[in-house]
Design a protein around this ligand. Structure first.
Ligand code: FAD
Length: 455
């Protein structure tokens, strides 16, 4: 091993175990472990995610014996400075596949090369890195199920051990950014905490995951998404622990959705903002003061539809929302309020601790009927029936909406229809679902007519 230090640039891989890029750095020499506080990545994040990131960095720093170096600035400038400080010429990092990350990494590679410095990008935050799997016709997959089959057939490397690193400890650091104050109740951060949750899930919950994952009132999913977002756990570490029971196979497929959406975004970076299916781009959306008022009611859990309000209140309180409820609130925003899906997606990206451009924006496109594999636009979720079906006893509703907690299991899904009258302090429905469903379908017909008239 050379005694010249190398820099390891931490990004979405804030862990020390199963870490091929860190292992490559450690094999090359003493390592400066660097995190760059990059404004471009902080801007779309609300307080909850930034607070969770700070806590994750604190935990990583503790695991590194206090050796983490944090600096703020343009990545190429910071890397040049740190290499200059330690007399190094080489940087290692895990590869990034998102639109911003790709642009940044190409630029950093070029700028450093101009100064005779080198960056090695290895591995990825995914099980199978984007652009690795194609259909028989040589094109990228646009449908999940065949992608899942091909993904399993492709396979992945076994998870690695904790990397033994000789950290360089005497480099100037600003310290981990102070966590912004947040009212959100966040999960415990860091590798140890993430694995405690993972071990619990694999031991106690994965067997029932197939059914429990749709019930927002029970703790039936892994809740590992914030840790996966920051690479505190790599998904291949979880896959290695799975067998072939029904629950495990469904959990495997959920991890594959994460890869699938990263693949779709890699192939079509424009789909972060625009409809993946161009013919859906012209859907009429509501704008103006009434639309804004409705959007506010949606954001703050005041729509009068309990399952929607419970979800939006959970999001505010925990920076996380159950997947089934993400689908319900998304459908409500698009098909009952007729708002542009990107408005909802931006709010989610601000609020979610697991906010991830690929999973979020493609989750939204699925709900909005504009994406790959999307739920067809004409399939409109009825929030009241969804509530009765997936939270039959109202356990989830009672947890988040105290104003209606006293209602019976039957009445709680539709408080305005209570025999004793609507409960005080809880708003009546801001729109009539039956009428808005018809309006939504009418808009679809108008879009089809407009598309057919196009040359
Ligand atoms: C409108 C909408 C927005 C979403 N935004 C995000 C987001 O910003 N970040 C995010 O990680 N997930 C997002 N999802 C997907 C999903 O809701 C969350 O991954 C899941 O709820 C996280 O909880 P969990 O860790 O308990 O999931 P589990 O059910 O335990 O699943 C395990 C892991 O699989 C992955 N996964 C599960 N479902 C999906 C999915 N549908 N798409 C992609 N990956 C999935 C996640 O990494 C998750 O942590 C969104 C879904 C919708 C419908």
């Amino acid at each position: 091993m050379d005694s010249t230090p190398v820099v390891f640039w931490f990004r979405r891989d804030l862990r020390l175990t199963d870490h091929p890029a860190l292992a490559a750095a450690a094999a090359a020499g003493p390592v400066v472990g660097l995190f760059i506080n990059d404004d471009a990545l902080r801007r779309p994040s609300g307080e909850a995610r930034l607070a969770f990131l700070s806590a994750t960095l604190d935990a990583l720093n503790a695991d590194m014996g206090g050796a983490l170096v944090v600096r703020t600035g343009q990545p190429a400038d910071v890397l040049r400075q740190v290499l200059g400080d330690v007399g190094g010429t080489t940087v290692y990092a895990t590869d990034d596949y998102g639109p911003y990350g790709r642009r940044r990494d190409t630029l950093v590679g070029e700028q450093l090369a101009a100064d005779g410095l080198t960056v090695h990008y290895l591995d990825s935050p995914y099980v199978v890195p984007p652009n690795s799997i194609v259909t028989g016709g040589g094109t990228p997959y646009k449908v999940f199920t065949p992608f899942f089959r091909a993904w399993k057939a492709h396979g992945w490397p076994a998870a690695g051990e904790r990397v033994d690193v000789n950290w360089v400890t005497d480099v100037d650091s600003e310290g981990v950014p102070t966590a912004p104050s947040t009212a959100a109740d966040l999960p415990a951060a860091g590798e140890t905490a993430a694995w405690e949750r993972a071990e619990w899930f694999l031991r106690e919950a994965v067997a029932d995951y197939g059914s429990a994952r749709n019930d927002p009132g029970v703790d039936g999913t892994s809740r590992l998404s914030p840790h996966l977002k920051y690479g505190v756990i790599h998904p291949r570490q979880l896959l290695e622990r799975l067998d072939d029971t029904e629950g495990e196979e469904i959990f495997r497929s959920e991890l594959c959705w994460r890869d699938f959406y990263a693949e779709v975004l890699f192939q079509r970076p424009d789909s972060a903002r625009n409809a993946f299916v161009p013919r859906m781009a012209g859907m009429e959306v509501d704008e103006g003061p009434l639309a804004d008022e409705r959007f506010q009611a949606w954001c703050y859990g005041q729509t009068g539809y309990p399952i929607v309000d419970a979800g939006m209140r959970q999001l505010k309180a925990e920076g996380w929302m159950h997947n089934r409820v993400r689908m319900i609130v998304g459908s409500f925003l698009v098909k009952d309020l007729h708002l542009d899906w990107t408005r909802g997606a931006r709010w989610f990206m601000d609020q979610l601790v697991d906010g991830d451009l690929a999973s979020n924006n493609h989750g939204w496109q699925w709900v909005a009927g504009t994406g790959t594999d999307a739920s067809p636009y004409y399939r409109v979720f009825n929030p009241t029936s969804q509530s009765k079906k997936f939270d039959p006893t109202g356990r989830y509703l009672r947890q988040w909406i105290p104003e209606i907690a006293h209602l019976s299991d039957k009445e709680i899904h539709q408080p305005e229809a209570c025999k004793a009258g609507a409960p005080a302090g809880y708003p009546g429905p801001i729109v009539d679902h039956a009428a808005e469903r018809i309006e939504s379908l009418a808009r679809l017909e108008r879009l089809k007519t407009a598309n057919a008239a196009q040359p």
